[in-house]
Design a protein around this ligand. Structure first.
Ligand SMILES: [Zn+2]
Length: 400
């Protein structure tokens, strides 16, 4: 069997996130984020007023220079607290939000998108710097807008730093994110296994491979649900605006954060395991919107989308290939043995072919079809029967 083509050296954008430490008395970074939130609200108000008066949209460059002018006035002098680039970035974010909204209105986006909204300043999360306003001082020290900070340098930063973002979470912790452009030279495949796998995401089993092997999901949220429920109830008992409420809120945020970390960790482990075992991994593109409607919260808990991203990343790093199959492929309804197609109910766990009598687990059957489709997309080896043929005859039938 031919081994899959190696990816060419590419430039990828990557983010390194570290915990940032500021002394308790040093509220400067929080103030700067507050100011960025203030500017967001102001820019949005300007945009709205202009639209109300003229029916037009202010392009971002005009809005930027307007905001820069206001920043020099006495009334808005406190905006000087954040650098001019951070101000530009806020306007850019607003512009992007509007562009998404316009694209949705034009029917170019399928995900429902509303216009940008005013935000509570305390809930505004970050500001971003480009070239100016920050400097790495060596080791784990960083200079930000004239003050020195330390951050938890848990792994070295590779590549060319493009932007630096200071973030805060709801628990009041600060983080610094370096967005870098990293050049990955031709990744080396250490062990080429020659194996091609097909995988099907499922609700009962997180992943089923084409040999019927099952990879279970960690379902971290379920395991921690009682703890989170308890913290939620504690929070509900606290008086609004009190110090104790603030503390309870922090506990809850930290608990949710723990769940997210556990899940990410489990996803990375599974991704590495699969990339060690297979050279090419076939997956179906996810229709998360549809899945959520069908299955509810559990979809978010399983984190299919996150896993898909992590897998692609790990595969990229280890020179393995992920092949994505279009979601219009009837992978669950086609017999993986003879290619016969028949309807199968959603709750039906077994696929029993009316043609050849094959009895097989639903997800296992889908995984086998996904594998075959992946092979076809790669052009590696011949495979019969093909879903392509099924689809074509179906298209012809629908045209007639
Ligand atoms: Zn069959």
């Amino acid at each position: 069997m031919r081994s899959a083509k190696l990816p060419q050296p590419v430039k990828i954008r990557r983010t390194y996130k570290y915990r940032l430490y500021a002394s308790k008395r040093d509220k400067r970074l929080h103030q700067q984020i507050d100011v960025a939130g203030n500017i967001w609200n102001h820019a949005l108000a300007v945009q709205k007023r202009y639209h109300r008066l003229t029916g037009k949209y202010i392009n971002k460059h005009r809005l930027m220079s307007h905001i820069a002018r206001m920043r020099r006035t006495e009334r808005f002098g406190y905006w000087q607290l954040v650098g001019s680039q951070a101000v530009q970035d806020v306007v850019e974010r607003l512009d992007k939000a509007y562009m998404r909204f316009f694209a949705y209105r034009r029917g170019e986006l399928s995900i429902k998108t509303g216009p940008p909204r005013f935000k509570k300043v305390k809930k505004y999360k970050s500001f971003t710097l480009k070239q100016a306003g920050w400097k790495l001082l060596g080791g784990n020290r960083l200079r930000l807008n004239g003050r020195n900070y330390k951050f938890a340098l848990s792994r070295p930063i590779n590549g060319n730093i493009k932007t630096v973002t200071v973030k805060r979470d709801q628990a009041g912790r600060l983080f610094v994110c370096f967005s870098v452009i990293e050049e990955i030279s031709n990744p080396q495949v250490e062990v080429s296994t020659g194996k091609i796998g097909g995988f099907d995401f499922g609700l009962k089993t997180f992943l089923t491979d084409d040999e019927g092997g099952e990879h279970l999901s960690p379902e971290c949220l379920k395991a921690n649900l009682s703890e989170i429920g308890c913290l939620n109830r504690q929070l509900a008992r606290k008086q609004v605006g009190s110090n104790n409420r603030r503390k309870a809120k922090r506990q809850l945020v930290l608990a949710h954060d723990k769940v997210a970390n556990q899940r990410r960790d489990a996803h990375f482990k599974l991704a590495h395991q699969l990339c060690d075992e297979y050279d090419v991994l076939g997956f179906e593109t996810l229709n998360l919107h549809g899945m959520k409607k069908l299955w509810g919260r559990k979809v978010s808990d399983l984190g299919f989308a996150q896993f898909a991203l992590i897998l692609e990343h790990v595969a990229h790093m280890s020179g393995k290939q992920v092949v994505k199959i279009g979601r219009w492929e009837p992978t669950s309804q086609t017999c993986s043995c003879c290619g016969h197609r028949q309807a199968i109910e959603l709750q039906e766990r077994w696929f029993v072919c009316n043609e050849c009598g094959l009895e097989i687990g639903r997800d296992h059957n889908a995984a086998r079809n996904i594998r075959r489709e992946a092979i076809m997309m790669l052009g590696v080896g011949a495979s019969t029967p093909s879903l392509e043929g099924v689809r074509r005859s179906e298209m012809i039938a629908s045209l007639a």
